[in-house]
Design a protein around this ligand. Sequence first.
Ligand code: HEM
Ligand code: HEM
Length: 227
Amino acid sequence: MPARPLSGARGAPPGAPGKSPRFPEASPGAASASSGASGNPRDSPRISLALQGYGRTAKLLHWLIVLLVLIQFVIAILMPDIGPDTVPGTLIDLHFSFGVLIFVVMAGRFVHRLLHPVPLDLPDSPGWERRVASATHRTFYFILLVGPFLGWASASAHKLPVEVFGFFTLPGIAAPRAPWALTAGDIHALMMWILLALIALHVGAALYHYLFRHDDVLRRMLPRGDS
Ligand code: HEM
Ligand code: HEM
């Protein structure tokens, strides 16, 4: 992101979300906390990393997840309802397989994200907008990392094998008809519809920034955009 060296760190109110060192979205607080001996935040290796924006891998993983989640929702909508008498079928197998793949890619993305802190780049936005953006991103990680386990529990409770693209089969994690696992299935489905609503919000926000605010928010996540 060549022309905007400190953007993203600008304008964040003290105590704004995203300062947590465990899931860092760099902020002025973080910058001053880790300034080098010269007192210039740019001398800090942590901040110079954070100010680079989204790198190639982060962008690749973002758009890969978008593609996989899109495919997964199409499959989920087309697959038969899962109930006591459901027998395994192609769409159900595909749902489980893509679900496991999404979990694995998302776990990789999460680790990559922890190692490469990226500031939210909403310099001219009010605090509430930064908070909503940050909470939405965290919720994406939460749903896509925890949700698959609830689906897996439900599959086990319905005695459906979780075969991953025909390569291997995961063991069951719940007894047949286990009440907690059936409830987990309901929560899984609910969580995923909430995810879909949040994706609509997220896409709407990205387009709003691009079309009306004319800022760099969308561009820096695009393959050839600033980073
Ligand atoms: C992370 C990606 C996933 C997404 C986006 C997703 C999405 C969904 C959606 C939207 C439904 C509701 C379908 C409907 O109401 O017609 C659903 C149901 C279900 N999914 Fe997933 N799923 C994912 C991962 C998984 C995984 C990894 C498994 C199993 C290993 C799984 C197993 C199930 C089961 C068993 C149901 C039926 C739940 C019930 O009604 O008890 N899902 N999924
Ligand atoms: C399955 C759908 C999607 C998911 C799960 C998703 C998830 C995420 C997550 C977790 C982040 C935070 C990145 C990080 O700090 O690790 C993010 C950032 C971003 N996403 Fe998405 N995204 C989705 C779809 C889209 C789409 C379709 C667009 C564009 C229209 C988009 C545009 C952006 C932009 C511009 C950012 C950067 C925001 C910033 O930090 O300034 N996303 N997305």
